[in-house]
Each structure stands twice: as structure tokens, then as C-alpha cells.
Write a protein that binds this ligand. Structure first.
Ligand SMILES: Nc1ncnc2c1ncn2[C@@H]1O[C@H](COP(=O)(O)OP(=O)(O)O)[C@@H](O)[C@H]1O
Ligand SMILES: [Mg+2]
Length: 312
């Protein structure tokens, strides 16, 4: 599952993985409730890492509570977070516990914290700084005893520059900050991660599958803007659609099948066309009808081009 370099780090598949530094940093704060900020593009595994942090900590048996600010309507944020006392506002016939109440002695995760509006950010500052909060309509401060983990798919320092995020709150959160690099910056690990995800999918669907070695080239060429989430979805689809036991490159999403272009080797359009046709024929194992369909040309045009480029 993991490489020998770091046996207890999930998702590390290369001895020089940038994730090793991420885990080493987090290991230093496992035993205390220091606030942690995790940045990384969507789908890189911020949630997964926050869970790892919680389940490695001494309070792993206590609650893990996540608040997703991306999906929570603005007018519900405060009551969700802080809870409210009876009569706090019209309609508050009973009191309600908030997510912070539920997170006591455990970990609370603020997902996409940049979506919190500026008024509520002022209240969050107090939560992070003083580890205190008030129920809506409450008069006594409540001590918060838990780890706070903030997640963001955009850089919080840039959000401060754009004046959509309070600088003081950013400083408070930016104590122990880790950044999960996007998949395109750790290409050597993509196949390993894919194999790991396949293992999970095999269990889910009770179907034994094997990633054909030819998939490696596709995985190392494509940029995966949706990161691990996109990788997993692509293999889930391939597993479901493949008849045999092999996941071949053709079974992977067509959007992943980009022709290889390197800036060091600038080619003529003819060269690019030739190289791409060769690649498509290789991946379709010479099936001309299928290749022509992928290329968006007729079978006759494909035959002409094969002749032109001497591919017969
Ligand atoms: N360490 C991991 N172990 C297993 N699956 C992972 C891991 N990291 C990411 N994934 C997969 O990628 C998807 C996106 O991960 P998630 O943590 O939700 O990313 P983010 O919060 O950065 O958008 C998850 O649904 C999961 O399938
Ligand atoms: Mg997420």
C-alpha cells in the first residue's frame, strides 16, 4: 500500500514524494491541539488528510466534525456553528447544539473556510484565537477544547490580498500550514495512487481488475485538473465498463488521452498529426474503425493519412 520509505503514510508512493514533508510536519503536532491549515486544489485529498490527522491523534475516539462552508447557506452558518439558545430569534422555540459543541474534545474541520462571509470571520477569529464562542442568544462564553483544521482550495494569502479574507484570521490560521501538491506535480506517484484506488474499487464492486502497464503513459501525460478525485472517478468508470480483467488505456476517459507535446521538441503540424495517429492506432491496437472514430475522420481519410505518413 505505502512505499517502504514511509510505511505509515497513506498515499505515499515515491521515496521523494512531496507528501512526506507534509506528513512529517503534521506528525510534530499530532499530540497537541494546534490549529492546522491545509491548502490544496480541489480533489487533492484535504479531507482525507484532515481525517488522517484526527485518527492519528490521541483523541481519535472523540468526534470528528466537519463544516462545509461551500455548501452551507450564509444565513445558516452561525446557527450551525454556534448553536442557539431558546428564544434567540423568532422561531428558536428550542435550543440547538452547534457543530462546535459537538466537536468538543475532538477535531473540528472548517472546509473551504474562504467562503465564510466577513462578519462571521470576525467571530471565527475569536474561536481560533481565544478558543471561545457564544451560542446565539447566549451570554456565557463556552470554552472550545478541540483541534481546529481549516481547509482551502485557494491560497488564503491571496484571498487576503483580494480582501475577501480577514488578515488577522489568516495569521491565526497560518501557524502550521501544509500544502498538498496537485497530481500534475507528482507524476511519478500517479500510477501507484491509481493502483491503490483500484484496490478500494475492487473491494467496492467485488471485481478483480488489473491496470494494464500501457496505462502508465496516459497517467504520466495527463494533468488531472480534478486531482485524486478525477483519477478515482476515471478508474471507477473504467472498472464498470471493462468486460475483461484488464483496464487498458482505451478504457480510460478520452479526456485523459492527450497527445504528448513537449516544448523542447517543437514539431511541425504534420509531425504532430503523424505522432497522434500513431498513438491512437497503438491504443486501439490497429482497429481502424475505432481509431478513425477517435480521430474524428473517416476510415478513408485515415487510410490516406497512413499512406502519407508511411504507417502501413
Ligand atoms: N489519502 C486518500 N486515501 C484514499 N482516497 C483518497 C485520498 N485522498 C484523496 N482520495 C480520494 O479523492 C477524493 C477527493 O479527496 P478529498 O479529501 O475529498 O479532496 P479535497 O478535500 O481536497 O477536495 C476522495 O473522495 C477520495 O476518493
Ligand atoms: Mg473536500
Amino acid at each position: 500500500m505505502s512505499s517502504s520509505a514511509a510505511p505509515h503514510y497513506p498515499f505515499v508512493f515515491a521515496a521523494d514524494s512531496p507528501m512526506i514533508a507534509v506528513y512529517r510536519t503534521l506528525e510534530r503536532v499530532l499530540e497537541n491541539t494546534t490549529t492546522v491549515l491545509i491548502e490544496g486544489e480541489s480533489g487533492t485529498g484535504k479531507d482525507a488528510l484532515a481525517q488522517w490527522l484526527h485518527f492519528q491523534s490521541p483523541w481519535r475516539d472523540n468526534p470528528y466534525i466537519k463544516i462545509d462552508f461551500a455548501s452551507l447557506p450564509d444565513d445558516l452558518v452561525e446557527s450551525e456553528l454556534f448553536g442557539y439558545e431558546r428564544g434567540a430569534f423568532t422561531g428558536a422555540v428550542n435550543s440547538k447544539v452547534g457543530k462546535l459543541d459537538l466537536a468538543q474534545n475532538g477535531t473540528v474541520v472548517f472546509d473551504e473556510i474562504v467562503n465564510v462571509d466577513l462578519n462571521v470571520q470576525a467571530k471565527l477569529l475569536n474561536v481560533v484565537e481565544a478558543k471561545q464562542y457564544y451560542r446565539l442568544g447566549g451570554t456565557r462564553p463556552i470554552e472550545l477544547d478541540c483541534r481546529i483544521v481549516a481547509l482551502s482550495s485557494i491560497s488564503l494569502s491571496r484571498a487576503v490580498e483580494r480582501q475577501i479574507f480577514r488578515q488577522d484570521l489568516f495569521f491565526r490560521l497560518n501557524l502550521i500550514t501544509v500544502r498538498i501538491p496537485p497530481l500534475r506535480d507528482r507524476k511519478s506517484e500517479v500510477l501507484g495512487i491509481a493502483e491503490y484506488l483500484m484496490g478500494q474499487l475492487e473491494k467496492k464492486y467485488r471485481k478483480a481488475m488489473h491496470i494494464h502497464p500501457d496505462c502508465k503513459a496516459v497517467l504520466e501525460t495527463y494533468d488531472f485538473p480534478g486531482n485524486v478525485r478525477e483519477l478515482r472517478n476515471g478508474f471507477e468508470r473504467a472498472l464498470l465498463l471493462s468486460a475483461g480483467r484488464d483496464i487498458t488505456p482505451e478504457a480510460l476517459p478520452s479526456s485523459w488521452q492527450t497527445p504528448r507535446l513537449s516544448s523542447s521538441k517543437m514539431m511541425s503540424l504534420d509531425d504532430v498529426e503523424k505522432e497522434y495517429i500513431v498513438e491512437v492506432l497503438r491504443q486501439t491496437r490497429g482497429k481502424k474503425v475505432k481509431a478513425a472514430k477517435i480521430l474524428g475522420i473517416s476510415r478513408k481519410t485515415l487510410l490516406e493519412k497512413r499512406k502519407k505518413y508511411g504507417l502501413d
